[in-house]
Design a protein around this ligand. Structure first.
Ligand code: HXC
Length: 526
């Protein structure tokens, strides 16, 4: 019924702005102070506190904050909170546009229903269209049980978009609460996954299912906590002590990445002199081939200001992968780590290196490979678990990489591991070696045993013959000049000149443009 003329006269004209602000206030505040307290009591920030910590102040722009689900049944029709449990939008990090979706655990446990999923899909499509990085702040209970198969389909849409955007825009998963079921596959499809000790867990089947299927009692943290994924499984690339540290690390990582695959990583004017001598290197790397040292100290001595972002620090520590700057330009560093397993390549190290090389190549980050490797790890377990196909992944990733690539051999490089660690023969643009260097098919002792076995066995004094042959082999073959004479090493350099030489090499190669034959895609070993 239309209002009477008298009634119309008494209604205050409204611009609707007050109602708009009230609705938005409700969306921003979340369900209740009790739910916020419960979130804090678990040691977690609320979704809005996280966004404040992530973005430059005042830059976050939310979309679909007033979205609500239209599901029926199980009482859902009476509970239709704004946002539907996920906040989506974009903001700036160091002045650069970044897109985010962030679960609000206070609403349906951050679970994913149809409307929630559609918001994420839209945001992902926008991020790809805008050519800007995408961050997912995960704190949710997985598929919204009351919404059944529509929730599962919502995950499918996320996975498909994760894969579509792979190598197009950087995608970062930050796990800040539970991440259960198939939901854990989204982080696995993205470029970087962060976790926080004590508050974030990822698993495909939770402790209850484990108990009912296998009878095993295991806690959430033991099954899929940050240290499990940062160490044993390798599913987390960075593990932090709290959310504030984690979000600060995400900001640092983004400062080293381009916004998309058509841009170059952001360069800065270096405060650290480009011609700084790296005198400490000769002391940091012992000349005796089997003595251990920490290659992270070598990296710190070479790169700008000693700063780097290490990926997978706790997983496969026998290979170090890090992003850093050299002369203000971002580089990806792959280095054997002699302080763990003598720096051998094994299955895990090969997988770690392959993924890192692939990521760097996708985002135009030049590669510096620091080699000090005794070979691949021998043994029944490695062979039976597939070192051949896993080792081939690293080879494949390097051979496919078209970014500028510089190899530096620090001390020793033997056999297949020498080839795989970005030798010139698989496409490194430049290769340098320090003078006290051994490059060979294998160590001198092993070589003498194979080549001179009969002679040693027949000798009156086998030890004398063996020692003489080892010495000969070492003098003839095991020095960088043998490789330098054959063009496999471009120059033998003084370790103190390392930083200047690498910076000059990458500056020279900056305009490198290489392409692979046209094909649908390769068929990498898996
Ligand atoms: C809807 C859910 C929910 C879910 C929790 N809630 N899980 N609502 N769908 N999946 C609700 C709870 O009812 C509760 O609502 C609120 O979220 C908080 O949950 P609590 O259990 O009180 O919180 P907490 O003790 O911190 O435990 C969190 C949890 C637990 C560990 C995540 O809730 C849990 O195990 N939930 C089930 C997880 C799960 O099995 N998800 C499906 C996975 S399979 P009120 O109203 O009380 O606040 C999956 C398939 C994906 O995701 C497939 C992709 C291919």
């Amino acid at each position: 019924m239309a209002p009477s003329a008298e009634a119309v006269d008494t209604v205050e004209p409204s611009s609707g702005v007050a109602e708009l602000h009230a609705a938005k206030r409700e969306a921003v505040d979340g369900p209740s102070p009790r739910a916020t307290r419960a979130q804090h009591d678990k040691g977690k920030l609320t979704v809005r506190e996280r966004l404040d910590a992530l973005f430059d102040p005042g830059t976050f722009r939310e979309i679909e904050g007033l979205r609500r689900h239209r599901a029926q049944g199980f009482g859902l029709e009476n509970r239709r909170p704004y946002t539907d449990g996920v906040v989506t939008g974009w903001g700036e990090i160091d002045g650069r546009k970044v897109f985010v979706y962030a679960h609000d655990f206070r609403i349906f446990g951050g679970s994913l229903g149809e409307a929630h999923a559609e918001k994420i899909h839209k945001l992902m499509d926008l991020a790809e269209a805008a050519g800007a990085p995408l961050i997912g702040l995960s704190d949710g209970a997985g598929a919204r049980i009351q919404e059944g198969v529509t929730a599962l389909a919502g995950y499918g849409g996320i996975f498909r978009r994760n894969v579509r955007a792979s190598g197009v825009i950087p995608q970062i998963s930050v796990i800040l609460g539970p991440c259960a079921g198939g939901a854990a596959y989204s982080p696995a499809l993205t470029d970087f996954t962060f976790m926080v000790r004590g508050t974030s867990q990822m698993y495909v089947t939770g402790p209850d299912v484990v108990r009912s299927v296998t009878g095993e009692e295991i806690t959430h943290e033991e099954l899929g906590g940050a240290d499990v994924h940062g160490g044993a499984s390798g599913a987390a690339m960075a593990v932090c002590d709290d959310e504030a540290e984690c979000l600060a690390e995400v900001r640092y990582l983004l400062s080293l990445l381009p916004s998309n695959n058509r841009e170059l990583p952001p360069a800065v004017a270096p405060a650290d002199p480009v011609d700084r001598r790296t005198d400490a290197l000769a002391r940091l790397v012992p000349s005796e081939p089997s003595r251990a040292y920490d290659v992270r100290e070598v990296i710190a001595e070479i790169v700008d200001d000693g700063d780097c972002f290490e990926v997978h620090a706790g997983w496969a520590p026998n290979l170090v992968c890090a992003l850093a700057r050299l002369g203000g330009e971002v580089v990806g560093i792959v280095a054997n780590q002699p302080s763990h397993l003598a720096g051998v390549l094994d299955i895990r190290a090969s997988e770690k290196g392959a993924r890192f090389v692939q990521m760097c190549d996708a985002f135009s980050i030049p590669l510096a490979t620091l080699v000090d490797v005794p070979g691949f790890l021998p043994g029944r377990d490695q062979e039976h678990d597939g070192i051949i196909r896993h080792g081939a992944k690293l080879l494949y990733a390097y051979c496919n990489a078209t970014v500028p690539r510089v190899q530096l051999i620090l001390r020793k490089a033997y056999g297949g591991a020498y080839i795989v660690m970005d030798s010139r023969s698989i496409g490194a643009d430049l290769s340098f070696a320090w003078p006290a260097n051994e490059i060979a098919v294998m160590g001198a002792e092993g070589a003498a045993e194979v080549v001179f076995r009969r002679e040693i066995a027949a000798a009156d004094d086998p030890d004398e013959v063996r020692a003489r042959r080892v010495k000969e082999y070492r003098q003839e073959l095991m020095h960088p000049y043998y490789a330098a004479e054959r063009g496999l090493v471009d120059d033998v350099i003084d370790p103190a000149d390392t930083r200047a030489v690498l910076i000059d090499a990458f500056a020279t190669l900056r305009a490198k443009h290489a392409s692979l034959p046209s094909r649908k895609h390769g068929n990498p070993p898996t």
